[in-house]
Design a protein around this ligand. Structure first.
Ligand SMILES: Nc1ncnc2c1ncn2[C@@H]1O[C@H](COP(=O)(O)OP(=O)(O)O)[C@@H](O)[C@H]1O
Ligand SMILES: [Mg+2]
Length: 383
């Protein structure tokens, strides 16, 4: 019988073992208990980069909500053009068709019997408030809180007024109608900066309490690698585990991807312990996978930027501006041409500067996995 690979390198998938995030889970539990006891409802924004585990965390929070007998709904934000479309989307997701009919008839009676057509004739916020307050009236005997989870809220940023409508709706629902809704959204690392870009800084940053998701620590990373193996007949040698810990730097997607590939090759070779030979081949598979889905897209087009990345990728240590320039000279790049592209790489977050210690201010590629991609890309199958 073929062993089923427990690792799932797919965004939005439930991990085989949910590792770490203890503080985040505890914070949510506290917030939900306060809200259940009639206290303040704090809305949360889970923010972090691609593959860091936002969707997975939301799913865990949904379980906690259920354990606390709170209703919840998780919706993934689609591309939306304006607040009208947004309110229709939320109503469609939160309110079941039967509830919809009930609510419609209440609205019709309330508005003097006029028939509610498909074309929304009310302001989107009014429709949203009406529907959600009615929904709350239907469920308030059975639940003390309704957690609405909106994944990838970044997609709403460019939709005219959608985010401000969302915020005003939830303020109105709690102040005017005493509804107990908690909003939990996820967004990219720069979500709060982008609120500013769209001219909605203060109210939105105060409305959401940020939960910043970082990489897992070493211990949590080891658990994410090893726990799923307990249910299988496969083992990874210690050196392989150490390699995955180091190269992934605790990035949940990288961990799943590397482990998936190592597991696959181990089964294919009909052995029961992954060694470094298996790891080396699997690592190449993993880099090939991620080149296609991610790295090829973020790799710069500019030749000087590429060269700077290559210089950094082969250095064991972070380099200063002068050291990069010296290496650049060997590749026929004038020292004075380094500054601007280096700044662009920093802005794009492909390069970072060391923050503390003796190497403070020196430059390195933003993570080990991308460093390996830059170093090996010319040897990879996808090029
Ligand atoms: N805490 C965790 N422990 C182990 N694996 C995780 C954890 N969080 C996420 N993952 C895995 O990492 C990958 C990316 O997670 P995902 O939640 O989709 O990230 P995001 O929504 O931030 O892009 C998925 O394969 C998921 O199963
Ligand atoms: Mg996600």
């Amino acid at each position: 019988m073929r062993n089923i690979n427990p690792y799932i390198p797919q965004t939005g998938s439930i991990p085989p073992y949910f590792s770490g995030r203890n503080n985040e889970l505890k914070l949510f539990e506290t917030r939900i208990q306060t809200a259940k006891e009639g206290g303040n409802i704090g809305h949360l924004a889970i923010i972090g980069g691609w593959g860091i585990g936002k969707t997975s965390l939301l799913k865990e929070l949904k379980t906690i909500a259920a354990e606390n007998k709170c209703e919840s709904k998780l919706v993934v934000c689609p591309e939306i053009k304006d607040s009208n479309e947004f309110s229709e989307f939320i109503i469609g997701k939160v309110i079941s068709p039967t509830e919809r009919i009930k609510i419609k008839s209440v609205n019709i009676m309330g508005s003097g019997g006029e028939i509610d057509r498909e074309v929304p004739h009310k302001h989107p916020q009014v429709r949203l408030v009406d529907s959600l307050s009615e929904k709350w009236n239907n469920i308030k005997e059975e639940t003390k809180l309704y957690a609405l989870m909106v994944d990838d809220i970044d997609k709403l940023l460019s939709a005219e007024n959608a985010l401000t409508t969302l915020r005003s709706t939830f303020i109105e629902l709690s102040m005017e109608y005493e509804c107990r809704y908690m909003l939990i959204v996820t967004g990219a690392e720069d979500l709060f900066d982008r609120f500013a870009e769209y001219g909605m800084t203060e109210p939105l940053t105060r409305f959401f309490e940020p939960i910043i998701l970082r990489r897992l620590n070493k211990e949590e990373t080891r658990a994410a690698i090893l726990k799923p193996l307990e249910k299988t007949s496969i083992e990874f040698e210690n050196e392989v585990v150490d390699k995955i810990v180091n190269i992934s730097e605790g990035h949940p997607y990288y961990i799943q991807l590397l482990c998936h590939r190592v597991y696959e090759r181990t089964v294919d070779k009909a052995i029961d312990k992954a060694d470094m030979g298996v790891y080396e081949d699997s690592f190449e598979d993993a880099i090939n996978d991620i080149s296609v889905t991610r790295f090829n897209k973020i790799y710069p087009k500019s030749e000087i930027e590429k060269t700077i990345l290559e210089i950094l990728s082969v250095s064991d240590e972070p380099l200063s501006h002068a050291e990069i320039a010296a290496e650049g000279l060997k590749r026929n790049i004038k020292s004075s041409s380094i500054g601007k592209p280096l700044r662009r790489l920093l802005d794009k977050k492909l390069v970072k500067q060391m923050e503390i210690g003796g190497k403070k201010g020196k430059y390195k590629i933003f993570d080990n996995f991308f460093n390996e991609y830059v170093r090996l890309k010319d040897q990879l199958q996808t090029f």
